[in-house]
Design a protein around this ligand. Structure first.
Ligand SMILES: Cc1cc2nc3c(=O)[nH]c(=O)nc-3n(C[C@H](O)[C@H](O)[C@H](O)COP(=O)(O)OP(=O)(O)OC[C@H]3O[C@@H](n4cnc5c(N)ncnc54)[C@H](O)[C@@H]3O)c2cc1C
Length: 521
């Protein structure tokens, strides 16, 4: 544990020192320009190796990340070959709420029409419920055009819209097939082997391209050689759809801080509301034998706001209860010439804050900007070196969102411990202060903040000061001081290990670079 604290103190001091340093640095060079200087001469000098199908890029998986990336790169003039295991409309309980920051990334990528005509709902913020009290926390959207808001929808409809856009481009080829292996030669990935069916007959095929981008999602089979995966299984989301249910705060995501777990509600169409119940641990009551229905009815339903109780019980009776494992995995890439990981294959955070798609889309904008100046992708080693800056550039947004998602899940996932309860009370009290104290954290967890790292540090310090006042003012007693000390100790034991997991795999130079040169977003 000591090493966690030392690590934490080091990180916070480093961040604070460099923030001061930053304010004096006037000259900022866009990281993409610096990086492009690194590569152009080497990359362009190398002749093409004549890949078999003329693709510049192979993309494995056409989910959220793969489809958006394929459209983006093809629109930039690359020949893109996308191989997706199943091209029919996905029916999943993941990726249904896109934050406004994610919508802004869709606009940047020219994909905003993918949330039109799918009965997507506008999302304007959150409503938190605790002990019968509700707090509304709107996204700070005042500075943006009126179309900018979160969107919630059926994940499959959104993905099909993006796949259609990919198919509309003549230089993009979308093929159904399951990639089984990355083709490697002397440490460089040259393409993939995949299984596909033609006239009912299963075929094994090879495809070659100078760059293969693996976007095969959170259960990726291909990430093994491209990163050091450290997967933490945190909980299950148990999902149901509530029909004809009026949410207490229309167009808002609802978070109920119940005693035993967290419960989310958000609209996914004009007539349907998604409910997700976070069930901690690795074993959950069985859905098949009815234990889960009983758990939802007896433990969860009584803790819901009255407006949601009846539709919730109706949904349990109707059945169709589904579950999904919630995992987290910090990005720990093993830079490999010719290949790159993206989306959940690269980095996963707890889905409590619903930010996975926002991170993936933000990463795609960064990657697209890095690749744009490169006309030829054949010098795999130089490009691999060049693309290392991708991990630095993505860190402010990804690190902040991941940190908050991980910490929030640990704090709010219903531990009966007295100190944890005090911590929850302090955090909700801080958010209840309103103004910057609620807008700041909401913009951080949803990816809207333009200075996420600075915002994170500022709110951690401000939150600590608030904790001191709310726990011991106006008359500090030894007991209150003892509780304060334990709350701070407990907070550190959540924050620093999460920070260490997220940053630990990166050299210190990356941290400095990311603070002195903010990404061009
Ligand atoms: C329960 C849950 C709820 C979530 N809710 C939200 C939310 O509300 N908002 C949000 O922003 N994020 C949410 N997320 C996270 C979000 O779903 C992911 O971050 C996002 O889907 C990642 O996109 P991806 O393209 O990496 O993976 P996916 O969207 O899963 O796409 C992977 C694709 O790869 C294909 N594939 C897999 N293996 C192969 C192979 N070998 N060959 C070819 N194709 C292959 C798959 O068929 C799939 O189409 C949630 C996650 C979970 C677990």
């Amino acid at each position: 544990m000591d090493s966690h604290y030392l690590f934490g103190v080091l990180v916070v001091s480093l961040l604070a020192a460099t923030i001061l340093f930053r304010s004096k640095v006037k000259k900022r060079i866009k990281a993409s320009e610096v990086a492009s200087g690194l590569v152009t001469s080497a990359a362009l000098a190398t002749p093409a190796d004549g890949s078999s199908e003329g693709a510049d890029v192979i993309i494995v998986g056409a989910g959220v990340a793969g489809s958006a990336l394929a459209y983006t790169l093809a629109k930039d003039g690359r020949n893109v070959h996308v191989i997706e295991r199943d091209l029919t409309e996905p029916d999943r309980i993941v990726g249904e709420l896109l934050h406004p920051a994610g919508y802004l990334k869709l606009v940047e990528l020219g994909l905003q029409d993918c949330v039109e005509d799918i009965d997507a709902q506008r999302v304007l913020g959150y409503a938190f419920f605790r002990d019968g009290k509700a707090t509304k926390l709107p996204y700070p959207l005042q500075m943006f055009p009126s179309d900018v808001a979160g969107r919630s929808f059926h994940n499959g409809r959104f993905i099909q819209q993006m796949r259609e856009k990919v198919s509309s481009l003549p230089n993009a080829r979308l093929e159904q097939g399951t990639v089984t292996t990355l083709l490697e030669e002397n440490g460089t990935v040259k393409g993939v082997i995949y299984k596909t069916k033609t006239n009912g007959e299963e075929l094994l095929k090879k495809a070659y391209a100078p760059l293969t981008i693996v976007c095969d999602g959170c259960f990726s089979n291909l990430r093994r050689t491209l990163c050091y995966p450290e997967i933490d299984v945190q909980s299950y989301f148990v999902g149901m759809v509530l029909e004809n249910c009026k949410l207490p705060f229309p167009n808002h995501g609802h978070v109920i801080f119940a005693d035993s777990s967290l419960i989310l509600f958000y609209p996914i169409s004009s007539t349907e509301v998604r409910c997700m119940v976070d069930v901690p641990g690795q074993n959950i009551p069985s859905i098949v034998n009815g234990e889960m229905a009983n758990y939802l009815k007896t433990v969860i339903a009584p803790q819901l706001p009255p407006e949601l109780h009846e539709p919730f019980v109706r949904a349990i009776k109707k059945g169709n209860i589904r579950s999904h494992l919630n995992r987290s995995m910090p990005a720990a890439p093993h830079p490999t010439p010719g290949a790159l990981l993206l989306g959940d294959a690269l980095n996963i955070r707890h889905p409590l804050t619903g930010a996975g798609m926002t991170v993936a889309l933000s990463d795609i904008v960064i990657l697209r900007n890095l690749l744009r100046p490169l006309h030829d992708l054949h010098d795999a080693s130089s490009i691999c070196k060049y693309l290392e800056s991708f991990y630095t550039l993505r860190m402010p947004v990804a690190f902040t969102i991941n940190m908050i998602a991980g910490a929030m899940h640990k704090v709010f996932s219903g531990s009966p411990d007295k100190v944890r309860k005090e911590m929850r009370r302090v955090i909700l009290g801080y958010l209840n202060l309103g103004g910057v104290f609620s807008a700041g954290p909401i913009s951080l967890l949803s990816g809207l903040s333009s200075q996420p790292l600075i915002g994170l540090v500022v709110h951690l310090f401000a939150g600590t000061i608030y904790a001191v006042f709310s726990l011991i003012a106006p008359f500090p007693s030894p007991n209150r001081i003892w509780i304060l000390a334990r709350v701070i100790f407990d907070a550190c034991s959540i924050i620093f290990p999460t920070m260490k997991a997220e940053l630990g795999k990166f050299p210190y130079q990356h941290w400095l670079l990311l603070i002195t040169e903010p990404p061009a977003m």
